[in-house]
Design a protein around this ligand. Structure first.
Ligand SMILES: N[C@@H](CCC(=O)N[C@@H](CS)C(=O)NCC(=O)O)C(=O)O
Length: 204
């Protein structure tokens, strides 16, 4: 399988999950500005939506959307416990977290990446993120990972997007349990290996 990625972007989540699951991946970096991959391929022909992550499957098709890709990877290695079985309440709790991370945190950062965003809008965006971080902080005060005692794909995704606070000067110290979570996940060998493979130093 081939993961189309950009260093430190949301594609880091499937990268971490693949390493946790012991799934070998070929990595292909995408230049998001020119929409060209590092081998010179037009990324538009791979993912017409134009964004990472995209997962090229063994037999040709391409799977997109971070939440779908990380579930696909986890479900392909059931023994790893990275996602509860389909149809269980635990699975719906996991989906609940993936929805929250995707829409409230991942896309919650959106305006901060746009240089044209006015300062007032950036401040409002950070305030809204802080409210979400506060909720996460409360949850993580009593358990090491989002769904309890086990690391799951939701934790890989949350770590990836909260790590962007480092790029936007957002101080996590008002959220000590979330900050501890970031350090806990960063210390996992899979995460260290993924960061290194993407040419990133540990930012969390
Ligand atoms: N809905 C997509 C969003 C993916 C996304 O936001 N990708 C960003 C990097 S984190 C990207 O490639 N942005 C470039 C662009 O949209 O042009 C998903 O959940 O996977």
């Amino acid at each position: 399988m081939k993961l189309y990625y950009y260093p430190g972007a949301c594609s880091l989540a499937p990268h971490i999950v693949a390493r946790e699951a012991g799934i070998p991946l070929t990595l292909e970096k995408v230049d998001l500005a020119s929409r060209t991959t590092e081998t010179g391929a037009s990324f538009a022909t791979i993912n017409p939506k134009g964004y990472v992550p995209a997962l090229g499957l063994k037999d040709g098709p391409v799977l997109t959307e971070a939440s779908a890709i990380i579930q696909y990877l986890a479900d392909s290695q059931p023994g790893t416990d990275l996602a509860p079985a389909h149809g269980t309440m635990e699975r719906y709790r996991l989906l609940e977290w993936l929805g929250f991370i995707s829409t409230e945190i991942h896309k919650g950062f959106g305006p901060l990446w746009n240089p044209a965003t006015p300062d007032a809008m950036k401040a409002a965006t950070k305030e809204r993120l802080a409210a979400r971080f506060s909720y996460l902080d409360e949850k993580l005060a009593s358990q090491p990972f989002l769904t309890g005692s086990k690391f799951t794909i939701a934790d890989a995704y949350l770590f990836t997007v909260v790590n962007w606070t480092n790029f936007h000067g957002i101080d996590l110290s008002p959220f000590p349990s979330l900050q501890a979570f970031q350090a806990r996940v960063a210390s996992r060998p899979s995460v260290q290996q993924a960061l290194e493979a993407e040419g990133l130093k540990q930012a969390a």
